[in-house]
Design a protein around this ligand. Structure first.
Ligand code: COA
Ligand code: AMP
Length: 633
């Protein structure tokens, strides 16, 4: 097949194209209407189709005679466990858990939060919700109770499904006390908390609302799949925006199922029965789309990996798994490769493993620097494909569509637009830019199936954040350019969102927390370049005149505060005290200027700056703290 024709067809005839793709999945009621508009005039897909995504992921394969195929491999170096589950086994546990949830009063239209480490029960919980039409909202286990509480109040879950503990490299993390604390902090009260007890020794305080996961599954009958409308919200997944409040991305069911089947076939080029491994976390969109739903819908074996690319136990973890489970296609973030490269620069571990099963390595989640890509290609002789997408899109928007045609790779580029995504580069006024001119990455509406439907409980913010800036287009929040061959290069976020080790975080949210310290008069948090994590946050803080606190103590207290409120994953380690912040005469903080100074980029001092001498002050402080390009450590 030829990429150009396939892509052009998807853009010129979206209705016919996505009607055909919809036939690749099974429906209880096939959709008659392929595309229409919702009450706000926003495009919706397959509005009269009826399906169940848990059926597509599990029951269908059993009916087709593949019940004995391995559906899921749990590989946990941190607990030294490898456990394999067939489709029969996954379906039995999911259907009983779903039956148990029904007996607790959960039903179609309710919401449930899932706050779990990387264990199979996290995927079972998601599938059980989908089975009975409960909209799930998975919260990344690295988020602190305050973040969990925000999501509880936004989604108003009837139940929370959690586990007793998670394991980080060097410590056991007791989840249950965090859930209890979040419920205390939130205004909404979930009725039940279903706890999977891993019996690893973590403290599991008992509350009246607790239900034991194992007892619930053991005591329940299997329940069948409930048909839902294609537009039924399968999940809400919160992601960082440009304010302190995370945005609840709403995903439909029908469009998403079609898009995921399409992605597995045409982007990842994966055949049924193969092993597909996305080394991410179910708390992120990658986990939803390509650890749980995508591979299972496509009848692939998926891997739940409870570990890290390094230190569990060493930089060979990825290669061991590829050899042991005969992984055919893998997906990870460039940070993981950078971490491995740092520990094993000559690729000595790689040589010890048989990686012959691996066909393709996909990379996404953050910008992939050319050095990392080249290191990978030098050591592993398979195509390494950078591709670009977001929580909002749910599946890749720019890639090399490996199941269609393998196009030559241009290092630094994320490839070409994926079918259904009509991508343009605009300037500030909404005029299309020419080849190699950098501007805003925008997508012409309608977006294809499976992309965000709305923001949970916040349609005005959906419109304001994505649709109003350029009418008729979706604004991605990223900057970039296209070259003369239509290869697209992503240059980074154009807003206050930063990307730390593939984790999307909001500097505005961090600013709110830093500013809440009683000694802080004002502050700015910016993302600066980091050789391992891509970016890390840097807080610049001005103290109150009457603040009687040692600078060192204040810095430590701020680091602790952000860790307590957002979680360790925020990775705020650099706090510097400055006399004042650079501002325009109208009082706007010049964050971009500070970023450019820290990263050693050529910067231009805006003519609107209030006082130019502050630039030297900032440089002096960064030198003193050895931060950014002034880091000599
Ligand atoms: N629960 C609790 N804490 C967590 C957590 C979780 N699920 N995930 C991360 N954390 C903690 C870590 O323990 C660490 O704590 P520390 O500051 O006390 O050391 C902190 O959050 C930062 O974690 P992380 O960003 O993962 O850094 P790290 O130094 O532990 O590991 C890498 C660095 C590069 C190995 C790791 O970030 C990695 O594997 N990245 C891959 C990225 C990825 O998969 N992204 C998903 C999008 S595709
Ligand atoms: P998330 O919603 O967490 O998946 O983060 C999405 C953001 O990560 C995008 O808006 C980009 O800024 C960034 N991103 C994801 N993939 C890539 C990539 N391949 N190259 C550059 N940036 C990326």
């Amino acid at each position: 097949m030829n990429y150009k024709d396939f892509y052009t067809n998807s853009i010129n005839q979206p209705e016919a194209f996505w009607k055909e793709q919809a036939m690749a999945i099974e429906w209880y009621n096939k959709p008659e209407t392929i595309i229409s508009n919702d009450e706000n005039g926003y495009p919706v897909w397959y509005k009269d189709g009826e399906l169940n995504i848990c059926y597509l992921a599990l029951d269908k394969h059993i009916q087709d005679g593949y019940g004995d195929q391995i559906a899921l491999i749990y590989d946990s170096p941190v607990t030294q466990t490898v456990k394999k589950y067939t489709f029969f086994e996954v379906k039995a546990e999911v259907a009983k858990l779903a039956g148990g949830m029904l007996s607790l009063g959960l039903k179609k239209g309710n919401t449930a939060i899932i706050y779990m480490p990387m264990i199979p029960q996290a995927a079972f919980a998601m599938l059980a919700c989908a089975r009975i039409g409960v909209t799930h909202s998975v919260v990344f286990g690295g988020f602190a109770p305050h973040e969990l509480a925000i999501r509880i109040d936004d989604c108003k879950p009837k139940a929370i499904i959690t586990a007793s503990s998670g394991i980080e490299i060097d410590r056991l993390i007791a989840y249950k006390p965090l859930v209890d604390e979040a419920i205390e902090l939130a205004s909404h009260r979930p009725k039940k908390v279903i706890v999977f007890n891993r019996k690893l020794g973590a403290r599991v305080p008992f509350k009246k609302y607790d239900v034991d996961y194992d007892a619930l599954v053991y005591g329940s009958e299997e329940t069948p799949c409930v048909p839902v409308n294609a537009t039924h919200p399968l999940y809400v997944l919160h992601t960082s925006g440009t304010t302190g409040k995370p945005k609840g991305i709403v995903r439909d069911t029908g469009g998403y199922a079609v898009a995921l089947k399409f992605s597995m076939q045409y982007i990842y080029g994966v055949k049924e029965n193969e092993v597909f491994w996305a080394a991410s976390d179910v708390g992120w969109v990658v986990g939803h789309s390509f650890i749980v739903y995508g591979p299972l819908i496509n009848r692939n074996t998926t891997i739940i990996f409870e570990g890290k690319p390094i230190k569990t136990p060493d930089a060979s973890a990825f290669w061991r798994i590829i050899e042991e489970h005969k992984v055919n296609t893998m997906f990870t973030a460039p940070t993981a490769i950078r971490a491995i490269k740092k520990e094993d620069p000559n690729g000595d571990f790689i040589k010890k493993y048989d990686l012959s099963s691996l066909k393709t390595q996909f990379l996404a989640g953050e910008r992939c620097d050319v050095a990392t890509l080249e290191w990978y290609l030098e050591h592993i002789p398979v195509p390494a494909i950078d591709h670009w997408w977001q929580t909002e899109s749910g599946w890749p928007m720019i890639a090399n569509m490996m199941g269609v045609e393998y196009l030559p790779i241009k290092p630094g580029s994320v490839g070409k637009a994926v079918c259904g995504f009509d991508i343009t580069i605009f300037d500030e006024k909404g005029t299309e830019l020419g080849p190699n001119e950098e501007g805003y990455v925008v997508l012409k509406l309608p977006l294809p199936p499976g992309t965000l439907m709305d923001l949970w409980n916040d349609n005005p913010r959906f419109k304001a954040g994505y649709l109003n800036k350029f009418p008729g287009y979706y604004f991605s929040g990223d900057g970039g350019f296209k070259d003369e061959d239509d290869y697209i290069f992503i240059t980074g976020r154009v807003d206050d969102v930063i990307n730390v080790a593939g984790h999307r975080l909001s500097t505005a949210e961090m600013e709110e927390i830093v500013a809440s310290h009683h000694s802080v008069a004002e502050c700015a948090v910016i993302g600066i370049n980091d050789a391992l994590k891509g970016q890390t946050p840097l807080a610049l803080v001005v103290t109150k005149l009457d603040a009687e606190i040692e600078h060192f103590q204040l810095e430590q207290e701020i680091i602790k505060l952000v860790r307590q409120q957002i979680g360790a994953v925020a990775s705020l380690r650099n706090v510097v005290i400055v006399e004042r912040l650079p501002k325009t005469r109208s009082g706007k903080t010049l964050r971009k200027l500070m970023r450019s100074i820290s990263d050693g980029e050529n910067y231009q001092i805006p003519s609107t700056i209030d006082d130019e001498s502050i630039v030297d002050e900032i440089i002096t402080v960064l030198k003193k703290y050895e931060i950014g390009v002034y880091n000599t450590k």
